[in-house]
Ligand binder design. Structure first.
Ligand SMILES: *Cc1c(COP(=O)(O)O)cnc(C)c1O
Length: 394
């Protein structure tokens, strides 16, 4: 990165495509393949890392521009785009591990990542431990001689628990293991785990990076060596993104800082409002002093993010009434876009976890998760206020 440039300048001007027509917006190379004129030129393109573009499952100019931008924003040597966030998680994890290895991840992580660790990796002969919390000491206790990967997600889903990225990364390094962080919720605007010593970062660009609920895409950032190895997996497994999707994320990144700044500010206001509300039992937001991860979040994050969750007094019934009375937020899976979204983890997004696991990680029946959008904060506060009116709750 040009060291003089800040986050927004880099997000807008970093990793440009050399376009002969000098278009200001990135062109979309909507092509599946690329021609060559001579057999010799074709042979040169056949190398593992070709000097040009060969076939879009391998690489594409629009996608490559996104990857270069993302590497700059995460402070990584290189980056790689995938067809979805799970494409990024699974290809990165499968690159880090082989049969006979052991990996550690918390139970309270993204649903499909949980299933990858709980079901799929063990079926390939990879041992896994799923932790009941995200404490560094729990990672340490779970270490085995064959541990090769410590996976973190901070803040996590849906309790907003914070993991100390620097501590887990140094624990892993001392043990000869690598650390991968799912940085979807924080975004590189709020947290750059690689600067804390984490080896690689994965993203669902479907969320904040795209930011408009209109694209499914993933990104991996890390060392040149790790990205090269992961690229091989992606080419075999075929988790390549479409160039148009990559273009949408390039467009999203241009306003990432603006959106996340607004989302940080609105989420803090909403968390403070909910914490004072008589119909609310508890609020989980790392920006609140009472949150157990507040000190670590304040140390490693630039802002506390746009995600929060809260527990409605009285449990399941009253929380469903609040959930259904909200008028502005859409009741939908996903997060990180311009529209505020709410979900009810006991009802939908954490049903993959057995009830005991859910209870152990603190997901109560009255929990509502909020992904704060960029609407006017007073409209959102007014809407939560009417939905939480105690007159409607019993
Ligand atoms: C959404 C999400 C994913 C999966 O991303 P997709 O783009 O839906 O495949 C992974 N991790 C986290 C934290 C997510 O929120």
């Amino acid at each position: 990165m040009n060291k003089r440039w800040g986050f927004s300048t880099t997000a807008i001007h970093g990793g440009k495509i050399a376009d002969t027509h000098k278009s200001v917006a990135a062109p979309i190379y909507q092509t599946a393949t690329y021609y060559y004129d001579t057999a010799e030129e074709g042979a040169r393109l056949g190398q593992e890392i070709p000097p040009g573009f060969v076939y879009t499952r391998w690489s594409n100019p629009t996608t490559r521009a996104l990857e270069e931008k993302m590497a700059l924003l995460e402070g990584a040597e290189d980056a790689l785009a995938t067809a979805s966030g799970m494409g990024a998680v699974s290809c990165a994890v499968l690159t880090a591990l082989k049969r006979g290895d052991h990996a550690i991840a918390p139970s309270a992580i993204y649903q499909a990542t949980y299933q990858l660790f709980a079901e799929m990796l063990p079926s390939y002969g990879i041992e896994t431990t799923l932790l009941p919390d995200t404490d560094t000491q729990s990672y340490e206790r779970a270490l085995r001689p064959n541990t090769r990967l410590l996976f973190i997600e901070t803040p996590n889903n849906p309790m907003l628990a914070i993991t100390d990225a620097a501590k887990v990364a140094s624990l892993a390094r001392a043990h000869g293991a690598m650390t991968i962080a799912d940085n979807t919720w924080a975004t590189p605007y709020n947290h750059t785990p690689i600067s804390d010593g984490v080896d690689a970062v994965v993203h669902s660009a479907t969320k904040y990076l795209g930011g408009h609920h209109d694209v499914t895409l993933g990104l991996i950032a890390g060392s040149s060596d790790f990205i090269k190895k992961t690229k091989k997996q992606v080419r075999i497994l075929g988790t390549t993104p479409d160039p148009f999707g990559a273009w949408l994320v390039i467009r999203g990144l241009a306003t990432l800082a603006l959106r996340v700044e607004r989302q940080n500010a609105t989420a803090l206001r909403l968390a403070e409002f909910l914490a004072e509300h008589p119909s609310v039992d508890r609020v989980h937001y790392p920006g609140l002093r009472a949150h157990p991860g507040h000190a670590v979040a304040a140390k490693q994050m630039r802002g506390f993010g746009g995600m929060l969750s809260f527990e409605v007094k009285g449990g399941y019934g009253p929380s469903v009434r609040v959930f259904e009375r909200l008028e502005i937020p859409k009741r939908a899976t996903s997060l990180g876009g311009v529209s505020t979204l709410v979900s009810h983890p006991a009802g939908i997004s954490s049903v993959h976890m057995p009830r005991e696991v859910r209870a152990a990680v603190g997901i109560s029946e009255g929990l509502i998760r909020v992904s704060v959008g960029v609407e006017d904060v007073d409209d959102l506060l007014g809407d939560f206020s009417q939905a939480l009116n105690p007159a409607h709750l019993s």
